[in-house]
Ligand binder design. Structure first.
Ligand code: HEC
Length: 184
């Protein structure tokens, strides 16, 4: 029906806008009668749902968050270490990506180490709460070293000695913080 109307319009040559308006009008006219929306269902008040007991506490969620950051840091540092040690082939684009990611993730390290977590079971040592400045400095060191590798790779995307040293420096930043602030 609409198609036929359109074909008919073709021969009339209305200005475009007018033709469009007419098509819309035809479509509406030829469509089914507009139905009024069904009435909303009778409202029954929702049954009070008790909070399930298994919702993790805010403190527990922060522990999971920081451990997740560490796992992803590890997952991105691993290939860098592998390339530096010659265990996997050097790939400048992959190295660049990993260095950028380590820098970005390192900046998130302090987020999850908040004092509400101090009674949660984890490997975080209590020194974090008494020596926060040092802890944060280790995190900043990691950011700086990863950024410096990222910058260096832009200037020289090769498996140079500088690459090896920069990766070692990053590993050292992980190690230093673990030595001081992570329990065995
Ligand atoms: C500023 C300190 C700090 C830095 C820097 C740091 N870590 Fe950690 N890391 C910790 C602490 C503290 C824990 C223990 C956290 C916990 O148990 O909640 C940890 C835990 C981990 C874990 C175990 C995660 C888990 O599932 O429990 C891995 C893996 C890890 N770190 C890898 C790394 C790597 C790789 C780097 C460097 C690229 C790094 N970390 C840098 C402090 C640090």
């Amino acid at each position: 029906m609409i198609k036929r109307s359109l074909r008919a319009l073709g021969s009339i040559r209305l200005p475009l806008a007018a033709a469009a308006a007419l098509v819309t009008a035809l479509a509406v006219a030829s469509g089914p009668l507009v139905q009024s929306p069904p009435p909303p269902p009778a409202t029954t008040p929702p049954a009070a749902t008790p909070a399930p007991d298994n919702v993790p506490s805010a403190a527990h969620q922060m522990v999971e968050y920081r451990q997740a950051v560490m796992v992803i840091l590890h997952g991105n540092f691993g290939p860098l270490a592998g390339m530096a040690l010659g265990k996997i082939p050097f790939d400048p684009a992959a190295a660049q990506l990993r260095a950028d990611r380590v820098a970005m993730l390192a900046a998130m390290v302090p987020d999850g180490f908040v004092e509400i977590t101090k009674d949660e079971k984890s490997r975080a040592r209590s020194q974090i709460w008494t020596n926060r400045t040092d802890f944060d400095k280790h995190a900043t060191d990691l950011v700086t070293r990863a950024e410096s590798l990222a910058k260096q790779l832009k200037a020289d995307p090769t498996q140079s000695d500088n690459f090896l040293h920069a990766v070692q420096a990053i590993g050292g930043a992980c190690q230093d913080c673990h030595d001081d602030f992570r329990s065995r």
